[in-house]
Design a protein around this ligand. Structure first.
Ligand SMILES: [Zn+2]
Ligand SMILES: [Zn+2]
Length: 331
């Protein structure tokens, strides 16, 4: 089968032919139909996250069809379409796993990081961590839901119940969160890189009542903000933008260092928190939302062999919405 392989952090992916994996106990073998490119892939490829499996197949927004099942697989049949998210395996017995916080499991293994992912024709996944996907989304449009959508949803929940929500970095996750937030009656304020008029217009197209540069103050104080961009300097900027009692949620897995800031910015019961990974319960909840709110998923489709271009475009801020890979032999 064809894969795009990360042989070493900091290097480009190389096309390779490798033997098709065999599903172990509890695993399904999937023919990949589409795989989203997430910012986390970029962090793994650049070596910004410690100890990836190497060589590695990136990709944790996988839509695939079950073509074979290992022993002990329950709930999925051959030919069925499933989604594979970032959370690939948990121990099931640590304090976190036993308290409905499997996203924090110390032994968790993540797709496209500790386990091979979906930049490939085929992949294997632990069936217990796969999701059924709403039929109203085709393969390419369902793929970004598996991380951008899911993590976006978890981040929005962590933001509390804000009437005025700021989104820093208006990419794959933010354009989905904006739609859910609007559906919930919230007003969305979008922050992009300075001078990104096109990105600001894109955000207004998804219902942002205001869009400007992340260096600008919003026209009114916010009740919460979610930071999707991996830029630590946005933390004090967002704290400055939220009213007393406001929450700033850092949604990314990696961020540049956060500059020191005056305690005044945190005072007034403002809080800063991160969101890490996902639980399977988040997935069930989110896909219920995605069924109820028809989300417009803006995608840019690339062939599997173009994975490096996709990652470069994402890194340069050129992707509008989400970039999705489709296997050349797929279909
Ligand atoms: Zn655990
Ligand atoms: Zn992701």
């Amino acid at each position: 089968m064809h894969v795009m392989l990360l042989q070493e952090a900091g290097r480009v992916l190389v096309p390779a032919r490798v033997p098709q994996p065999r599903p172990g106990p509890g695993e399904v073998l999937l023919q990949v139909r589409a795989c989203g490119i997430c910012r986390t892939d970029l962090h793994v490829a650049r070596g910004e996250l410690a100890n990836p499996k190497l060589p590695l197949v990136l990709g944790h927004e996988i839509v695939g069809t079950v073509v074979a099942r290992g022993s002990e697989v329950e709930g999925f049949s051959e030919g069925e379409r499933v989604g594979v998210p970032w959370l690939g395996w948990t121990c099931g017995s640590c304090a976190y796993c036993l308290s409905r916080r499997e996203n924090l499991c110390d032994l968790a293994r993540f797709t496209g990081y500790h386990r091979d992912g979906g930049y490939a024709d085929y992949t294997v996944a632990d069936a217990r961590f796969c999701f059924r996907l709403p039929a109203t989304y085709d393969d390419v449009h369902a793929a970004p839901l598996l991380c951008a959508g899911l993590i976006g949803h978890r981040s929005l929940r962590a933001a509390g119940d804000p009437a005025r929500l700021g989104l820093y970095g208006f990419g794959a996750a933010a354009h989905l969160v904006a739609q859910i937030a609007r559906h919930q009656g919230r007003r969305v304020f979008a922050f992009t890189r300075e001078g990104d008029a096109e990105g600001q217009a894109f955000a207004r197209g998804f219902g942002a009542v205001w869009a400007g540069a992340s260096t600008e103050a919003p026209p009114e104080p916010l009740d919460a903000a979610i930071i999707f961009a991996p830029v630590g300097a946005l933390v004090p900027a967002a704290l400055q933008a939220v009213a007393k009692g406001g929450t700033v949620v850092c949604a990314g897995i990696h961020m540049s260092p956060i500059p020191a800031f005056a305690y005044d910015l945190l005072w007034g019961e403002r809080s800063v928190r991160s969101v890490a990974n996902l639980t399977r319960r988040d997935g069930e909840e989110f896909f219920r939302v995605a069924r109820a709110v028809p989300l417009h998923v803006e995608v840019e489709t690339l062939q599997l062999a173009e994975a490096n271009q996709g990652l470069a475009r994402l890194g340069a801020g050129l992707v509008r919405g989400a970039a999705v890979l489709v296997p050349t032999s797929g279909g």
